[in-house]
Design a protein around this ligand. Structure first.
Ligand code: NAD
Ligand code: DAU
Length: 347
């Protein structure tokens, strides 16, 4: 094997797409998927590759440093692509501590194990982060790689802290780091606490569509498989010590996006036009709700020749088709604890 790559969080939404891409595209790499399988981790996201000869899953919590060290040594890990995190902003508001322990301490554990285990310069520690570290934009402007950090939720503050630790380990110890900050992802296998799969599920089940505040907040949406391609590109071609912004050049207000989902789903479900829009319900706004995120993805385009491939309406249609065809996957994860979360959050 050319490399033994540890991908953390590979049972989650984005991680499962990254693991699949690497296992299928690089038979000469051994991929070790490390995940603690929280409520957001699901091995059913990757059943299609679980028997591949270059794939191995290990259940481990990144907060357990001694266990991480053992895995590093046993699997002779040469590179890390770090996606494991607590990722949902609303959960970070109701309970910040898991975000602090996993996103900050867990990242520090991985960095310190890599620092103390690796010798030589043929390694890469690639940290996956978010555009939320840059704060909130008004109606103009974009986040670039040099925008000052201004995190405003416990989630974004924990990711900003982890980004700073990654940079610090690069500067101080010469750890060969790379980083990327991406906008909102959508696509198959996303846990239905996030806006798009939650709305798809509720439209299907004729349930209220909870839009926070007035629905005027803006997000920049990117198809998850385009993000996985960007991660592949940065891992292989990005410069050591650099960070790259990844985005879709695709800004939508939440309300316009929910209305578009309603329109596409009315067609798919054979409902008269306008039926699902009647389910839109304005609910209490998220505390400290960031108004607008927008990524300037010029650097990755110019330096690494990466661009998004999928037009948004086509991507949403593919995504809706996937959720409608995978009702069992959805039903399994929306029973039990999800019901309690949903009741407590939206009541
Ligand atoms: P997700 O919540 O779907 O998946 C997270 C995964 O990490 C799960 O499989 C979970 O089991 C695992 N995990 C959580 N805590 C762990 C721990 N202590 N030890 C080991 N594993 C643990 O998240 P996602 O949306 O796929 O996001 C993946 C990464 O990408 C995160 O770092 C997130 O900050 C970043 N990101 C996400 C988006 C987005 O739109 N979803 C955008 C930009 C960046
Ligand atoms: O920008 C990247 C970030 O995108 C990632 O770092 C995070 O991990 C990911 O969760 C996502 O964060 P957001 O907070 O932007 O995503 P979410 O899907 O939770 O919400 C998108 C927008 O929709 C946001 O403005 C809040 C709004 N919203 C969300 C939910 C769940 C609603 O109006 N109603 C809802 O029920």
């Amino acid at each position: 094997m050319d490399k033994n790559i540890l991908i953390t969080g590979g049972a989650g939404f984005i991680g499962s797409h990254v693991v699949r891409l690497f296992v299928q595209k690089y038979p000469n790499y051994r991929i070790v998927n490390l995940d603690s399988l929280t409520y957001a981790g699901n091995l059913k996201n990757i059943t299609d590759i679980e028997n591949a000869p270059n794939y191995h899953f290990v259940k481990c919590d990144i907060r357990e440093k001694a266990a991480l060290k053992e895995i590093f040594i046993k699997e002779a890990i040469t590179d890390v692509i770090h996606l494991a995190a607590e990722s949902h902003v609303d959960r970070s508001i109701s309970g910040p501590m898991d975000f602090i322990t996993t996103n900050i301490v867990g990242t520090a554990n991985l960095l310190d194990v890599a620092r103390s285990t690796w010798k030589g310069d043929h390694h890469i520690f690639y940290h996956i982060s978010t555009d939320e570290v840059f704060g909130s934009l008004g109606s103009e402007g974009f986040f670039t790689e040099t925008t000052a950090y201004d995190p405003r939720s416990p989630y974004s503050a924990s990711k900003a802290s982890s980004d700073h630790l990654v940079s610090a380990f690069g500067h101080t110890y010469g750890l060969p780091i790379k980083m990327s900050n991406c906008s909102n992802n959508y696509g198959s296998h996303q846990f239905p606490e996030k806006l798009i799969p939650l709305m798809i599920n509720n439209i299907k089940n004729n349930q209220p569509l909870p839009v926070y505040g007035t629905g005027a907040n803006v997000r920049d949406w990117l198809w998850v498989e385009d993000h996985a391609r960007a991660i592949d590109t940065i891992f292989h071609k990005g410069k050591i010590g650099e960070s790259y912004n990844v985005g879709g050049w695709n800004e939508w207000t939440n309300l316009d996006l929910v209305q578009l989902l309603c329109k596409i789903m009315d067609q798919k479900l054979g409902r008269p036009e306008g039926t699902s829009e009647k389910l839109i319900t304005y609910v209490k706004d998220r505390a400290g709700h960031d108004m607008r995120y927008a990524i300037d993805a010029t650097k990755i385009k110019n330096e690494l020749k990466w661009e998004p491939t999928l037009q948004f309406e086509e991507g949403l249609t593919k995504t809706i088709d996937w959720y409608l065809a995978n009702a069992t996957w959805v039903n399994e994860i929306t029973s039990g604890a999800y019901q309690t979360y949903y009741r407590e959050h939206y009541s």
